[in-house]
Design a protein around this ligand. Structure first.
Ligand code: AMP
Ligand code: GLY
Length: 429
């Protein structure tokens, strides 16, 4: 098979690393890819949002299966356009991708299906939003309706801050059209987990659970990021509980979309908050999570390619996947300044000195090569180091010993990824 993976992040490097292990695969292309991906796949310089050029490439290169990494091309309808041209592609259609593309759509569907989610109100004018805020108690969870690169959720701890945020989003166009409609939600506290479900629109295979670390700094301080690290599985969620969360959240949504005539195929990411053991849906993503993928896929023993292929064909026959029973931790190393502004182009040293491949994996995200072939920084989240261990503590130590050898100017990472599991439970400690 010839496979094309669209995207250039750590998630895509991990997917390609896993796909490359399949005996079914003859050749892998990535558009546009990054420095690490370039070691496993041929990178073609087409942006992930240039749908027409991607279609043309898939046709000319006779690609058997295209896999879409990021949400933007999905929300813009890449799957519809590929399928019109009889090109096989893994991911949801434009209509089904509204689960991520419009929070108002997702919340409306959750409400209709009676799936627990934070109570919410939708606003399109600053005045209505302000009136609501001054009558309610903080904190306020304020969300831009559309896509905002993971930055569209702001938690305001006072009414003044809440009013300031809606002024910025609706009034001043922070996040552009995505923020012209805002959702104000009830604040929930509990344990967050990420559940990823592979589906052909009818049948489901849940992947092992993971937990992301969204804040930039140790101890969950600092601004929200795309994710600074993850671990898998979540020791405080049993297999039965995971199954029950899927039955209560992902399954009714997938069933409802099929019954409406807009089936969901691909992977559905359900962000959950466990409030006293009850799962509340925080968000849906219509793609693999980043950095959850970097923690989950090193534990997946089954070949992923037949699963992705069957889903793209609309008929998932495989019922179950096999997991490595070890624990994994993945830590993101980012450019100084991220998630705000940062400089690019710094040389990255030390990657080659790692004994990577068996228990330690370096997945590139924002990396490129300079004219002399040296790997340099090229984005906010630069790379992730994932490690497997017989316990979380072992995985944690291995990941951090490896990270200590990687250096680039301004580079930083959190020191506490996965630590909460040693504190919380005896499992894996
Ligand atoms: P989202 O993009 O909707 O997942 O939101 C980003 C992050 O904001 C989540 O991972 C949570 O940590 C936090 N968050 C979102 N919604 C809520 C909520 N209703 N209550 C508390 N925290 C939330
Ligand atoms: N890790 C959160 C996300 O992929 O959106």
């Amino acid at each position: 098979m010839k496979i094309l993976v669209i995207g250039s992040g750590g998630r895509e490097h991990t997917l390609i690393w896993k796909i490359a292990q399949s005996p079914l695969v003859e050749r892998i292309y990535a558009a546009p890819g990054n420095a690490g991906i370039g070691e496993l796949a041929e990178c073609v310089p087409i942006e992930a949002t240039d749908i027409e050029a991607l279609c043309d490439f898939a046709k000319t290169a006779q690609i058997d299966l295209t896999i879409v990494g990021p949400e933007l091309p999905l929300v813009e309808g890449i799957v519809d356009q590929f399928e019109e041209k009889h090109l096989r592609i893994f991911g949801p259609t434009k209509e089904a991708a509204r689960l991520e593309g419009s929070k108002a759509f997702a919340k409306g569907l959750l409400d209709e299906l009676g799936i627990p989610t934070a109570a919410f109100h939708t606003f399109t004018t600053v005045n209505d939003a302000k009136k609501f805020i001054v009558d309610e108690e903080p904190p306020f969870v304020i969300k831009a309706d559309g896509l905002a690169q993971g930055k569209g959720v702001i938690i305001a701890s006072t009414c003044e801050e809440g009013v300031h945020v809606v002024n910025q989003m609706i009034g001043q166009g922070l996040f552009g059209a995505s923020g012209k409609t805002v959702i104000i939600e009830q604040f929930l506290s509990g344990d967050e987990i990420s559940i990823l479900v592979l589906t052909d629109g009818t049948r489901l295979i849940p992947l092992s659970s993971a937990q992301d670390h969204k804040r930039a700094f140790d101890g969950d301080q600092g601004p929200n990021t795309g994710g600074m690290g993850a671990y898998s599985p979540c020791p405080f969620v049993t297999d039965d509980e995971l199954h029950s969360y899927v039955e209560q959240t992902a399954k009714p949504v997938i069933d409802a979309l099929r019954k409406r005539g807009t089936p969901y195929k691909g992977i559905l990411y359900v962000g959950l908050m466990l409030v006293q053991g009850k799962p509340y849906v925080l968000e849906f993503n219509v793609r693999f999570g980043d950095p959850e993928t970097q923690a989950i896929l090193p534990r997946l023993k089954s070949d992923i390619v037949p699963i992705l292929f069957q889903i793209a064909n609309g008929s998932l026959e495989i019922r179950k996947v096999e997991w490595d029973t070890r624990h994994s931790i993945s830590v993101v190393m980012a450019s100084g300044g991220y998630p705000g502004s940062y400089q690019k182009g710094f040389k990255i040293n030390g990657i080659d000195s790692l004994d990577s491949g068996k228990d330690v994996f370096v997945f590139h995200a924002g990396t490129a090569r300079n004219e002399s072939g040296k790997v340099i920084t090229d984005g906010g989240r630069v790379l992730a180091v994932s490690a497997l261990g017989n316990s979380f503590r072992e995985a944690h130590e291995l990941a951090y010993q490896s990270l200590a050898k990687i250096k680039f100017e301004g580079g930083f990472y959190r020191h506490d990824i996965g630590k909460r599991v040693f504190e919380k439970t005896k499992v894996g400690g």
